[in-house]
Design a protein around this ligand. Structure first.
Ligand code: BG6
Length: 304
């Protein structure tokens, strides 16, 4: 189905298709050929391609596309809990639920978001969810593909209950990389991090840039607003720009853990790196009626 509309210079266009399980997927196409595909299961971005048709997000060779589990790849959304830091299922329930297209979203502050291919998704908890997590909320997600091909995610979470609540959030972004040993992350040097491999003990990053030679599972705290991932072999750099998302998760399972993860191929860990804009260490608290907004912008640049 085509949902295009044109108004002078402004276009807001997306189409929906059904996957083989009957789940709606939204496709955003930008004029120069870049595209994004989003599943309404989990509100999960599954694919982001540049104008040459190259896939920029990793998908596992053993990915399972059948609900209720999230697809191993793309950008699953961890909400309202990150990992096992709470009583809910791992990474919270939002990634395992159906979202819907929001046809009439409240306007966003930022006008740049109205000018490109975009869609608004909405997730509201079911009665079952409310039994486990008794906090009424609306989670809106604007997904936009801008002219230069950058992918922008704008989450808005509103407390529609009469009591305050706190949540964590992470955009669990599986970047597609040539080879994990060819990649370095800049923007986390000198930061403190919680190491999931050492019971979340706090350490300080000592190196100039982060490179990989074994499993890494860390939450870097209060990072700068831009983190860069350089891929020497592919000669490209991902820029991760974020607002309202102070932390950065960096995860690669390496060989042993990869073998233990059912929906990840044994060698897949070489071609993925998760770098997530997140709010984990200090959960966000919303009073009744309050709304929180964040922003994540992913850009890919050619590098030498
Ligand atoms: O297998 P899941 O639930 O998608 O989680 C994958 C990984 O997600 C990372 O963000 C966590 O830090 C890891 O500990 C976890 O293994």
């Amino acid at each position: 189905m085509d949902h295009s509309s044109a108004d002078g210079e402004q276009t807001a266009a997306f189409e929906t298709i059904k996957d083989k399980n009957g789940i709606d997927q939204v496709i955003l196409r930008q004029a120069r050929g870049a595209s994004v595909r989003i599943s309404l299961h989990g509100g999960q971005v599954l694919s982001w391609k540049n104008d040459r048709g190259e896939e920029l997000l990793f998908t596992s060779s053993k990915a399972i596309f059948k609900p209720p589990t999230a697809v191993r790849g793309g950008i699953p959304i961890c909400f309202p809990q990150f990992g096992n830091r709470g009583s809910l299922e791992q990474h919270g329930f939002a990634r395992n639920r159906m979202w819907r297209i929001d046809d009439n979203p409240p306007p966003l502050q930022s006008s740049e978001m109205d000018t490109d291919a975009n869609v608004d998704l909405l997730f509201k908890p079911s009665d079952e969810d409310l039994k486990k997590w008794p906090h009424g909320f609306e989670f809106r997600l604007r997904v936009a593909l801008v002219t230069e091909g950058s992918l922008i995610l704008v989450p808005r979470i509103r407390n529609i209950n009469c009591k305050p609540f706190s949540f964590s959030i992470a955009f669990h972004t599986y970047l597609a990389i040539s080879d994990i040993s060819e990649v370095r992350v800049e923007g986390v040097e000198t930061l403190d991090y919680l190491d999931n491999l050492f019971d979340r003990e706090r350490f300080t990053e000592q190196g100039d840039a982060l490179t990989f030679e074994s499993e890494v599972d860390r939450v870097y705290l209060s990072s700068s607003d831009v983190v860069a991932v350089f891929d020497h072999q592919k000669k490209r750099t991902f820029l991760i720009k974020k607002e309202g998302l102070p932390d950065i998760v960096v995860w690669n399972p390496w060989d042993k853990k990869a073998k233990a993860i059912g929906d990840l191929g044994d060698e897949d860990y070489k071609h993925m790196l998760c770098v997530d804009g997140a709010a984990i260490e200090k959960p966000i608290t919303l009073k009744p009626g309050e709304e929180w907004t964040g922003r994540l912008e992913l850009t890919v640049l050619a590098s030498v």
